[in-house]
Structure formats: C-alpha cells, structure tokens
Design a protein around this ligand. Structure first.
Ligand SMILES: [Zn+2]
Length: 289
C-alpha cells in the first residue's frame, strides 16, 4: 500500500448519549465524503477507523464511504472505555468477549466486512477499571489468536506505562500495538519512557490545540527525530465532533497535511521521518505484506 495512512479516526461516531451533547454525534455523510475525497488528493490512501461497539459504529456507512472516496478504511472491533461500554461487557465473560472479537476479525462485522484492528480500547484517567481490564484481557486473547494489531485509548496520556506493561506481560509483539493520545501527556520524558518499552505511540490528536498546542507537538517530534525514535510514532487527528468538520468551523481532516506537516517541515523534519510515521509504521502495524 503506497500513500499515507491516518491511524486513528472516526468516520462516524456517536457519543452524544453519554456526553449529553448533540455535537458528539458525527454523522455528516456528505461533508465527510467531501473531506475524504480531498484527503485522497493529498495522498491519503487508508484510514484506520477505531470506532467500535458502543461508540455508534456503522459498518455499512464506512464501507460506502470507502467505496465513494477511494480511501481504504480499516474497521475495528472491541470496546472503548467506561462509561461507554455496551451491556455485553458487563454481562459476558472475558472468553466470550474474545470470541466475539475473533468472529468480527475472521468472519466479519454483522455480516459485513471483517475488522482488521482491535481498537480503540481504553483506560480511564490514571486507572483501569474492572470492566476496562476485562476488555484488555479479551483483546490480548484475541490478538494472540488472530495476530491482529491493537490501538488503545489513554485518557490524556495517563496509564500508558501500565498499558505497555500489560501487553508485555501478555507476550504480545509491542511493535504492532499503538497507545493512543500520548501527545496529550505533555511530558517528553514520560513519552521517552513509554517508547523505551518498545511499544508504538500515537501523536493522534494533532490540531486539538485547546488540549495541547501543536507547536509543542512539533517540538517534541523534532526532539524524538533527533533521538532516532520515529519508528514507533504514528500521526492522526481523532476528529469526533460535527464542529470538527470544515463546514461547521472546524479544522477538518486535512489539517494534518495542510497545516501541521508544513509546521514540521519548517522546523526541519526530514521527509523520511514523515513517511515513517504516515506510511511505513502503519504498514508494519497493520501487517501489510
Ligand atoms: Zn478516538
């Protein structure tokens, strides 16, 4: 697969029930299609959609979007984090939950295309609740059985070292597991300690300047480039709201290419490093032939 891959996006997502905010229902098909077509022109050929059961996942919507934009969209299996977990997580055993994930990876999601990613599975701020632990255990069993990669959610970058230790103890290949939202930790030394474990990380909230400024993201990435750590980093934006789309005043999916990459290049980042984060690391993580 040539072309860029965005590793953590949501084509459509609905967290509006729990969040009590209609903006958190992102279901603007036409606007998203226009933005994805623009991404194609910018060289994007694949998007990993990490929306899963409980987050308003819609496999038909995604399949149609892929077909109408030319961008290949990887679909995910799994469960997010509390309080967004569906009933089945509370009711079923770890082994049942694993069976369900395996079936989505091997036979397809609700009779549709197969999932190729386990994600985004999450932990809460500074902790992993009992139910979240159940999901992580089921994900580990599923990854061992199927060889599927894993993409996690950390809440503001917290509990990442513990997530890495969890996967290490499970004997999983850490170079095919991505810990999400690590840029939001805002702590470069902490980020180095995570990378020292051998696991991959997402600088996947690019453009969310209200959480953490892109100038700092760029500064950290430049430092990590100097340290030779680009083989473990992927980039994305994690758009989840209607107001994130261009038509509704947001940065849109293309911001990473049109604003952030120029920022990195101006700071002196090599194209080779950009390609590493947007092409080669995704290929390895997704297990491209
Ligand atoms: Zn996300």
């Amino acid at each position: 697969m040539t072309g860029y891959t965005l590793m953590h996006e949501h084509t459509t997502i609905d967290l509006s029930g729990v969040k009590q905010d209609a903006d958190c229902r992102l279901d603007c098909y036409e606007q998203t299609r226009e933005e994805y077509r623009h991404l194609y022109e910018l060289g994007v050929r694949r998007i990993v959609d990490v929306t899963n059961d409980g987050m308003g996942r819609n496999p038909e919507y995604i399949a149609r979007m892929a077909q109408e934009t030319g961008i290949s969209i990887v679909q995910s299996t799994g469960f997010y984090k509390e309080p967004f977990l569906p009933e089945r997580v509370y009711q079923q055993t770890v082994s049942k939950l694993a069976d369900w994930m395996v079936s989505e990876l091997c036979s397809g999601i609700q009779g549709g295309p197969r999932a190729r990613m386990i994600g985004e599975i999450g932990t809460s701020k500074n902790c992993m609740t009992e139910m979240e632990q159940k999901v992580f255990q089921a994900a580990a069993i599923t990854a061992r059985e199927t060889g599927a990669p894993i993409y996690t959610h950390t809440t503001l970058g917290t509990y990442a070292l513990e997530q890495a230790e969890f996967f290490r103890a499970q004997g999983l290949p850490l170079d095919r597991i991505v810990l999400g939202h690590i840029d939001l930790s805002g702590d470069l030394d902490y980020i180095r300690r995570i990378l020292d474990t051998g696991i991959c990380i997402g600088f996947d909230t690019v453009g969310k300047n209200n959480y953490f400024p892109d100038e700092k993201r760029a500064e950290y990435l430049m430092e990590l480039e100097r340290e030779g750590r680009m083989g473990q980093i992927v980039l994305s934006e994690d758009l989840t709201r209607k107001s994130h789309l261009k038509e509704f005043g947001g940065i849109g999916y293309s911001y990473l290419f049109e604003t952030f990459l120029p920022m990195l290049r101006a700071a002196g980042m090599k194209q080779e490093s950009v390609d590493q984060m947007l092409i080669h690391n995704p290929a390895r993580i997704l297990g491209d032939a």
